[in-house]
Write a protein that binds this ligand. Sequence first.
Ligand code: PEP
Ligand code: MG
Length: 555
Amino acid sequence: MSELRGVGIGLGVAQGPVARMADPLPAPEDTPSTLSVEDETARVREAVAAVARELEQRGSHAGGTARDVLEAQAMMAEDPSLDAEIGTRLAAGKTGEFAVHDAFASFRDTLAAMGGYLGERAADLDDVAQRVVARLRGLPAPGVPDPGHPFVLVAKELAPADTALLDLDTVLALVTTDGGPTSHTAILAREKSIVAVVGVGAAKDLVDGQTVIVDAAKGVVTVHPTEEELTHARHRADARAAATSAPITPGALADGTAIPLLANLGKPGGADEAVELGAEGVGLFRTEFLFLSSTNAPTVDQQTRAYTELLTAFPGQKVVVRALDAGADKPLAFLNDAHEENPALGLRGIRALRASEDILREQLTALQQADAATEADLWVMAPMVGTVEETEYFTSLCREYGIKTAGVMVEVPSAALMADRVLAIADFASIGTNDLTQYTMAADRLLGSVSSFQDPWHPAVLRLIGMTGAAGKAQGKPVGICGEAAADPLLAVVLVGLGATSLSMAPTALADVRAALLKQTMRDAERIASAALGAADAASARAAAQAAADDHTSA
Ligand code: PEP
Ligand code: MG
């Protein structure tokens, strides 16, 4: 057996035979056709029509948004001006393959130059061209294979049109050679809870039919697994399926201590799914996601509408909205206009808001209006707070606008180190473990070459979380967690042991975390957390926590 490493998305494990997605066809050469113009034209017409019909059929089979995408592709294939462009090339003696490729390429460039929505359709046009050329050559259409049985899909990276059509009953897992945790494949896998490991460079050597285990929790693809490994993986998959189908109950430990399980959301439209999966409210609403493509600051009305829609979905429940977190990985044109050498260390989060206070004031106005119009329990927090003075600034501004519960995110080590003073002022803290890890370990969260440092299990990060948890306890103030760490079931137990009073995560992670919490009492959680805290590095902290958790289970 051998292990191929990448970045795991989610916590699932799956096994099955590999089916590779065919690589794109090479561009046809510009050699003169040996057929008459009429014969080439007939071949091309037949191929274009067949591809258009096939796309329509696949669309009606897939339904929903995929149908719209595929019907639009079918129309592109038969577009009369494209037909005329192809005809011009055929009349000049080109082969059908070259004429199609060249005519589509010129259209593609025109579309791409338009930018925006039309620009994004350029990739769809490439896909249609590839299908027509494949048909002319008598080759299978590129894209997701159909081996006639469930399979592990291995690809370079998935195009949007491929992902729209994935049949979740037959795709057991995804493995890509390219892409990182924010790639299109990773986003899809998270959204649909598909087991996936991305960025596995060595997966290029996997062959069709070979059995592999895809372990997203470890970020490993096992090639030539032993019988024992296959059985172990099957048991883990069964246990996870049982956790996912367990009844949805409010988040709690085995001793009944309530640990509310909340959702991280980026748009109000995600609320229904979160409620369905048992979210007891929202622990992080990333308002900046609403305005990533806006060049101008959003109006108060525009914001009030969005926040009202969100709050309406959670009557009587807590909804924590974060003020715009602009900068570094999430630049907003209207808040970050200056070039910075190190934007992660620059004018971001609360610093950027302060530099454009009118925009912050408008956001607070909109939030107050949405709160007044709805029944949810609105909490508002500031991102990237690093000092006690910033805490004072933000909370007093919130109070000016009648916001009842105002808090800060703990993402900068200085805020964790000063948590006793910060929490003497703020109504609550929410720990953003993604940034807290980045800043504690001095490792850019977007940079693959330092991703091994980006591990929230590192005891240095855990110590800072413990200090914040202790400060919350001493002051009687809630301390939530809203970074990705809360979605790791074992780490979630550790975080509770360190003093977290609620956990917020992508809704698809709720079931696993709910099941993990139910296995431990508060005393267990504290014991497991102290095992992790006593380790020297991230891997040993994880191993120590696992051993402490298993010890309890067998006791
Ligand atoms: C975090 O940093 O952990 C966090 C929740 O905020 P974001 O990931 O949006 O920066
Ligand atoms: Mg952050």
